[in-house]
Design a protein around this ligand. Structure first.
Ligand code: FAD
Length: 234
């Protein structure tokens, strides 16, 4: 299901600019020593790296910005923006070729659609609930939607269950979860990439340093745990 259809089915739904733009690339870094996801928060910016193979990293640099701002040399602009950051960030940028660099302004659908089904149609992924990327969950929840279409709609309907009830079960399963993740993505943006420098950043860092790692990780990632629903049979 695509936004063309969303506009037809939910003409009141409006994408909104989320206030940030993102540079991204995949780079070859054969000598890298990190082995997990790294996210760094600076004043009004976030930089993250994710290993995707033994030799490749995916990185992103997300910064608040007016919509539509572009540079003649995006790589130079990225390097300048993150010039004072850690050696890891600078090494990743130094390994990036201009032809690998992507830049996208980030739009979202605040609150998501009022419901994810309309008549005989289920809306999934960004069409139903485009969120800020600050929890990294847009594609994940799209995949979850796909699993739920299979288990809550396709399987029971092909076994004889009425479509309307199956679609309603899909909506009940997906909407609260995706809304929770959308809210958390906004909160994370406020606490992270969208937070200004100076005292707000100092205060945030001081508070976070005093929260034990376990509860902090749970607060940050507990919402991401998900158990696929059992297939419903008629
Ligand atoms: C900067 C940034 C960083 C992100 N980081 C993460 C992350 O770390 N983790 C994560 O899980 N998610 C992340 N996301 C979100 C993720 O990319 C999206 O949530 C995901 O791609 C949504 O998938 P989708 O299939 O719903 O939509 P899309 O990926 O937008 O796919 C829709 C497809 O439909 C095609 N299409 C358009 N018009 C038509 C038409 N008329 N007819 C037929 N086809 C059409 C489009 O070309 C496109 O291929 C990020 C997004 C951005 C912008």
């Amino acid at each position: 299901m695509h936004r063309l259809h969303r506009a037809q089915l939910f003409p009141g739904a409006r994408l909104r600019y989320g206030g940030g733009t993102s540079w991204r690339a995949v780079v070859e870094l054969p000598g890298r020593t990190d082995d997990g996801f790294v996210a760094l928060w600076g004043p009004r910016a976030e930089f993250g790296t994710v290993p995707i193979s033994d030799t490749e990293l995916h990185w992103y640099g997300y910064v608040p910005s007016p919509a539509g701002v572009r540079s003649d040399d995006e790589l130079a602009a990225t390097v300048a923006h993150f010039s004072g950051w850690s050696p890891h960030v600078r090494a990743v940028l130094a390994a990036t070729g201009p032809d690998r660099l992507l830049r996208h302004d980030v739009h979202h659908l605040p609150g998501g659609l009022p419901r994810y089904v309309h008549g005989r149609t289920a809306l999934i992924g960004d069409a139903a609930h485009a969120v800020l990327p600050t929890m990294g969950q847009g594609a994940d929840t799209s995949l979850e939607d796909g699993v739920c279409v299979g288990r809550l709609v396709a399987a029971p309907v092909s076994a004889g269950a009425p479509l309307a009830g199956a679609l309603a079960a899909f909506d009940r399963a997906r909407r609260p979860r995706c809304r929770r993740i959308a809210r958390r993505s906004l909160q994370t943006a406020r606490l992270g990439a969208h937070l200004g420098g100076g005292w707000p950043q100092t205060a945030r860092n001081a508070v976070l340093r005093h929260v034990p790692a376990g509860p902090l990780a749970e607060a940050g990632t507990g919402v991401l745990r998900w158990t696929p629903p059992a297939t419903t049979a008629p």
